[in-house]
Design a protein around this ligand. Structure first.
Ligand SMILES: Cc1ncc(COP(=O)(O)O)c(C=O)c1O
Length: 470
């Protein structure tokens, strides 16, 4: 009877049952363990494996045994071995080869016109790299320890100045909270509101569906309030104590909250002790005039103002900020401390440098011109070739909603036909909690990379023109 025991490797999690005294048995055991780890997907394509010397030493095997195992699995297509480089899991191991039949659709659409996305090719890589380099060269050692739950003081200070200058936000660094996306901050706020006894968040209808869902996840009821060309209608349900609104540029209809409604909303908040949650997601991009200032500037004690780097820079940056009324800044900070603690500090510092050096302003100036040209081009092309669709909303942001004619194909048919042509847009109905006010599509002209934009717009316009027999 052969004695057997399990050996572990530290660099590569692998348990190998090694039968003592039988070299072939050991080799087969290692081969089986490694093959199984690749087959199961635990070791993913491209993963590099330890050198044969290191693995042999960990497992108490001879180096020759490991070399043979690597060679065998390479011959079977599971691994790739190259002279003078590490052995790695093959890019397309045999178990992962595409099945016969129609390939599953993966990757981004051919013509990406999904709303809410900035041009990914315009991310200011050089400026970000310079900022990050500077941060790594100069930040004190404490910067890589646990940080302040509200965010690094350097970023909060830079943001307090920046938001005051460009958006008329009235805040101080200690009432700012940096979070990982607007949605993240909204989720925290909703949890705090729930904890304080609120049970309703009034949301714009149409609106971004994920935001209402976040409120529901926190235990609040998301109650829809209608929106028209003057923005959110001011008749809030009677039991409302908190409302989410995008006053500068409504998503997705593009309206700007009318001054009388801004005043009514602030008066309501003061009267009812209510909270307005201001979603200022794309206010950097207004093309026809200066953007209206943030609502928060009118009533800092009643408005929680949120902005994000997702449109001005890129969604992957995952940084956003909230200027909070004093009464909820404390509870939100306490919640943050015991949840994810804070957002990544080195990235916060890089963003702070971008803001304070003026690099963000320069980037936004460039992008404003680019998006404005795209929008003007798209709207004028539609006017010429598809006059039956009606673009709505102010000249701002990264998207435009096109209202479809009542006597044409349905919204679902239009979206499906565009998808068939490789054009991705969103239907208006998907943004509505109640029956939609009209049929329409939401087109994100910001999303395509520079070189792809003309093709994407041509595919959209020719698709719509055929569909609507313009
Ligand atoms: C209306 C609206 N608000 C907020 C956001 C920002 O989300 P985040 O900062 O979580 O990326 C988006 C992004 O799509 C949005 O469309």
């Amino acid at each position: 009877m052969s004695e057997s025991w399990t050996r572990f490797s530290r660099e590569l999690y692998l348990e190998v049952d090694v039968a003592a005294g039988r070299a072939r048995g050991r080799r087969l055991a290692l081969e089986r363990a490694l093959r199984e780890a690749v087959r199961s997907g635990r070791l993913r394509a491209g993963t590099t494996l330890p050198s044969s010397r290191a693995l042999a030493s960990d497992l108490g095997l001879s180096r020759g045994t490991v070399v043979e195992v690597y060679a065998q699995l390479a011959a079977e297509g599971y691994l790739v071995t190259r002279p003078r480089s590490a052995t790695a899991v093959a890019e397309v191991p045999p178990w992962a080869a595409a099945p016969a039949g129609p390939a599953a659709r993966t990757g981004p659409p051919r013509h990406d016109l999904r709303p809410g996305r900035p041009d990914p090719s315009s991310f200011p890589r050089a400026a970000w790299l310079a900022a990050l380099r500077q941060v790594l060269a100069t930040a004190p050692a404490e910067s890589v320890g646990y940080g302040d739950p509200r965010g690094h003081a350097e970023l909060r200070t830079a943001l307090a100045g920046y938001l005051g200058r460009v958006r008329g936000v009235r805040t101080t660094p200690d009432r700012l909270m940096v979070c990982s996306g607007f949605g993240h901050g909204l989720g925290l706020l909703c949890q705090v509101l729930r904890g304080l006894g609120d049970d309703v968040l009034a949301v714009e209808d149409p609106g971004l569906p994920a935001l209402g869902q976040l409120a529901e996840t926190a235990g609040l009821r998301a109650v829809p309030v209608s929106v028209d060309e003057r923005g959110l209608r001011p008749d809030l349900p009677p039991d409302t104590r908190a409302v989410l609104v995008s006053p500068a540029h409504h998503y997705p209809l593009g309206s700007t909250l009318h001054p009388s409604r801004r005043a009514a909303l602030v008066a309501w908040a003061r009267r009812a002790g209510g909270l307005v949650v201001e979603d200022d997601y794309d206010a950097e991009f207004r093309y026809d005039r200066q953007p209206v200032g943030a609502l928060q500037g009118l009533a800092p004690d009643h408005v929680a103002y949120g902005g994000t780097a997702s449109k001005s820079l890129a969604p992957a940056v995952r940084l956003a900020w909230f200027a909070l009324p004093t009464r909820i800044a404390g509870p939100v900070t306490d919640l943050r401390r015991v949840t994810d603690r804070h957002s990544p500090v080195l990235d916060q510092l890089a963003l702070a440098r971008l803001v304070s050096s003026g690099a963000l302003d320069r980037h936004l100036r460039r992008m404003r011109m680019r998006y404005r040209r795209r929008r003007d081009h798209l709207v004028s092309l539609l006017g010429e070739r598809v006059p039956r669709v009606r673009p709505v909303g102010t000249s701002a942001g990264l998207h435009v909603t096109l209202v479809l004619p009542e006597d044409g194909p349905t919204e679902a048919q239009v979206v499906a036909e565009l998808v068939r042509r490789g054009v991705a847009v969103h239907g208006l109905a998907g943004h509505c909690r109640r029956p939609p006010p009209a049929q329409g599509i939401v087109v994100g002209y910001g999303a395509p990379a520079g070189h792809a934009y003309p093709h994407a717009v041509e595919a959209l316009v020719s698709g719509l023109s055929e569909l609507l027999h313009a």
